[in-house]
Design a protein around this ligand. Structure first.
Ligand code: FAD
Length: 450
């Protein structure tokens, strides 16, 4: 018997049901297809391609320890898997279920192509998430549209057991994998399961218990886990992480597990409404504004509002942004500037290492008021947010060097108070918008849309 294990964004050997399903087969082909269609969607930006390459190198090394290796193909995933199934006369083909419209279509095409050749595809649930997308549903609906009741059910729901990878695997005769090698010299966050497990372990033992106190502190060094890129690429199992954190029984670790429930929540919304990646989940009557100059200032971190610019510059520099900064920058764009969430979400998606259709698009919709927020018309005041979540001004001084010498947090957050001459001298932008006028504009727009 020969099993093909199609890796997508489940790039791990621990607790991977797709790989575990191959246990018992005489031969196993662990396969990764560099999907040309996905690359064409703009997914493969420089830092993310580098991170992915490191994940694949690490996966390959781990598979070699078990006697196999990662087989790679390039092209259309469906055509490549179908060709390989024919070459090795596969008795089973395994893949993880995913939620985006792209992944769902691809999975359907793959099932059809394999069935036509009389091969069978097994699609595994709950690989990317703790619970499978449809595992819990409210009465009369196919998904939860509100987080709190979802979370209540999520916390008590039965979970699948942890999956064990085959200890020994053999490639079929005639199938070869490329030579192993490192992914090149790495700058930035290193990809791969080995690194992910090391970081998760350290996070849980040293920091997670204080999460409830520190997760909203923009300047805290280790206030949040920064595990999101590893979760996105599946270097870590969300199920295993939730179980290990939950076993600590501390307020901090429980608050951290709740965030993993948010991740599952967005996934089940997208799985039920795949078009929410580009269409309003809840449609609105009025039109967004069109203002390319403002959009550009926001993208470049030159809006003149330090807390917004700090977030955008952190994104450009690190391929990651603190959650609080994501909320502030996204609210500024959609509610203060009143620009369409789609263009803005695409910018995030392009730069984030953890850029994830479910989490990015559904969080954007949440902030824009077109998603699952039960208070869709709230507007975050960036100045109040700055005062509260960056009380020392350390975060803005770190990411906006023009403000580095402004020790007084009030000046660092509102440098226009120094007057136009001083602002020019330090070389920082004047605000592109009057916050109070913008808030009124928003209220008027939303009255129309109700
Ligand atoms: P921690 O605070 O340590 O949380 C642990 C994990 O829980 C995270 O790694 C993440 O997997 C999950 N999580 C935390 N908050 C959320 C949330 N609000 N929604 C869903 N999952 C969550 N997260 C992404 O993974 N990819 C995205 O593309 C993404 N885009 C976002 C866009 C906007 C506009 C907003 C407001 C949030 C977005 N998030 C996204 C959610 C959140 O900001 C990040 O998951 C978080 O900042 C990652 O940092 P961390 O790993 O240190 O998180």
């Amino acid at each position: 018997t020969t099993a093909i294990v199609v890796f997508t964004r489940d790039l791990r050997v621990h607790d991977n049901p797709v790989l575990a399903a191959a246990a018992g087969a005489d031969h196993v082909v662990p396969l990764f297809v560099h999907d040309e269609k996905l690359a064409a969607t703009g997914f493969a930006t420089g830092p993310r391609s580098r991170f992915l390459a490191e994940c694949l190198a690490d996966l390959d090394a781990q598979l070699r320890e078990r006697g196999a290796a990662l087989v790679r193909r390039e092209g259309d995933l469906v055509a490549e898997v179908a060709r390989l199934a024919h070459e090795v006369d596969a008795t089973a083909v395994h893949i993880a279920a995913d939620a985006s419209a792209f992944a769902v279509r691809r999975q359907q095409r793959l099932a059809e192509a394999l069935t036509a050749q009389r091969y069978e595809l097994t699609v595994h649930d709950a690989v990317h998430t703790v619970l499978a997308a449809g595992a819990i549903t409210p009465q009369g609906n196919d998904h939860f549209a509100v987080f709190t009741p979802y979370h209540r059910r999520w916390a008590d729901a039965a979970r699948r057991s942890i999956a064990t990878a085959p200890h020994r695997m053999r490639l079929p005769p005639g199938v070869s994998a490329p030579e192993s090698g490192t992914a090149g010299t790495s700058s930035g966050v290193p990809g791969g399961e080995t690194e992910a497990r090391r970081r998760a372990h350290r996070w849980l033992s040293d920091d997670a218990d204080r999460y409830h106190d520190r997760h909203d502190d923009l300047a805290a060094e280790r206030g949040t886990s920064r595990l999101s890129p590893y979760l996105h690429f599946g270097c870590l199992s969300a199920l295993e992480l939730a179980a290990e954190a939950g076993a600590r029984h501390t307020e901090g670790a429980d608050a951290f597990v709740r965030q993993l429930a948010w991740r599952d929540f967005h996934f089940q919304v997208l799985a039920a409404r795949p078009n929410s990646s580009h269409e309003d989940y809840r449609s609105r009557a009025d039109a967004w504004r069109d203002d390319p100059d403002a959009l550009q200032s926001w993208q470049e971190g030159q809006t003149g509002i330090p807390i917004v610019d700090a977030g955008m510059r952190q994104l450009a520099a690190e391929g990651w942004m603190h959650n609080r900064a994501r909320l502030i920058t996204a609210s500024f764009l959609t509610k203060t500037l009143y620009l369409d969430w789609r263009a803005d979400a695409a910018h995030f998606q392009q730069h984030l290492l953890d850029g994830d259709i479910a989490n990015n698009q559904m969080n954007w919709q949440w902030v824009a008021g077109t998603g699952t927020d039960t208070r869709p018309n709230r507007v975050l005041n960036p100045l109040r947010q700055a005062e509260r979540y960056d009380p020392t001004g350390d975060y803005v001084r770190r990411w906006v060097p023009e403000l580095a010498d402004l020790d007084n947090p009030r000046e660092a957050h509102q440098p226009w108070r120094l007057g136009p001459t001083a602002l020019r001298e330090i070389g920082y932008a004047t605000p592109i918008v009057d916050l109070e006028a913008a808030r009124e504009r928003f209220q008027q727009h939303r009255q129309v849309s109700r």
